[in-house]
Design a protein around this ligand. Structure first.
Ligand code: DGY
Length: 321
């Protein structure tokens, strides 16, 4: 790379990532750190050959049509790329990449945190102590759902799902899963395969979602599907808000079909769902599945690997189609 290509970094990234980027690219960055509007995205496409972008920037078909031909690659700082209309970008001659693998551990840790917190009533307990309302103890006080020995259903047994299974096995859970294709015995590690979500759900004392948001998975967890779960089960979602019908979730919580839920993602982000926030048995986090120092660096380095490969004339390792 003799002349450095120009790279727009849309958000504030870790210092080590920006320092490495500056070695290979002319870096453009704004002082502030806010989601970028479509107008800004379109304007910046005339100023850079590459974007290192986040899921806060939306590349809809309409935006893609207005992108300047100077832009050649969008290296996403995320594993999910549902904010990108990939067919439209590809048709426009723009390569799209993501950051798989590097965030699997951190995201599965978040799913495990939500699972445990929802099972053991973390929100209620924290509130009681924090507000000074903890004034008694009794054998029936704050009794939750035991995790060890319970069955965990996983929808989407990709990299994150497999790490979640490994962690849950450490808690003595029995793993069941649905995936579009069955894993090899080495990857299954004894997990029980179900050939449909409908077949999986009756086994799921706990259900953890690890599938991407696509047209097929929108509202995957619907009233009909919640009805198939055991009474008093627990839902965990660290995938995308779009895969859960939030009204159906609240109905399932109201009826006791679900005892609790742990959610890191919501249909509307940022902000979440104020109706869901009224439920003390819903443990919520603000989409921080991959938010550890180590992982945020690794995501940036992975995006730079993709950018550097692309501008050296090679196929980026994480090109999405
Ligand atoms: C991801 O990498 O997809 C995370 O959800 C952050 O967008």
């Amino acid at each position: 790379m003799s002349i450095k290509p120009t790279l727009w970094i849309s958000r504030k990234l870790p210092t080590a990532v920006v320092e490495r980027a500056a070695k290979s690219f002319e870096v453009l960055q704004f002082e502030d750190d806010v989601p970028r509007s479509s107008e800004t995205v379109i304007e910046m496409s005339g100023k850079a050959e590459g974007f290192l972008a986040c899921n806060s920037e939306k590349f809809t078909a309409d935006v893609v049509l207005q992108l300047d031909p100077r832009l050649k690659i969008i290296a996403n700082y995320s594993v999910g790329y549902d904010h990108c209309d990939v067919p439209a970008l590809t048709a426009h001659g723009i390569t799209v990449t993501n950051t798989p693998e590097v965030l699997s551990e951190a995201t599965a840790e978040t799913a495990m945190l939500l699972l445990l917190g929802a099972a053991r009533r973390a929100v209620e307990g924290d509130k009681l102590v924090r507000t000074g309302q903890w004034d008694s103890w009794s054998p029936s006080f704050m009794v939750g759902k035991q995790v060890s020995g319970a069955r965990l259903g996983i929808v989407g047994m990709g990299r994150i799902g497999q790490v979640m299974a490994r962690m849950a096995r450490g808690f003595g859970m029995e793993i069941h899963y649905y995936n579009r294709s069955r894993l090899s015995p080495e990857k299954e590690q004894g997990a029980i395969y179900h050939s449909s979500v409908e077949d999986l759900l009756p086994t799921a004392d706990f259900l953890s979602l690890h599938c991407p948001a696509t047209a097929e998975t929108t509202n995957l967890m619907s009233s009909e599907r919640f009805a198939l779960m055991p009474d008093g089960s627990v839902l965990v979602n660290t995938a995308r808000g779009a895969v859960v019908d939030e009204q159906a979730l609240m109905t399932a919580l109201d009826s006791g079909k679900l005892a609790a839920a742990g959610l890191d993602v919501f249909q509307v982000e940022p902000g979440g769902n104020s109706k869901l926030a009224a439920y003390d048995n819903v443990f919520m986090l603000p989409h921080i599945g991959s938010a550890t120092f180590e992982t945020r660096n690794a995501m940036g380095f992975r995006a730079l690997d993709n950018l550097e490969a692309f501008f050296s004339g090679k196929e980026p390792g994480d090109k999405v189609t």
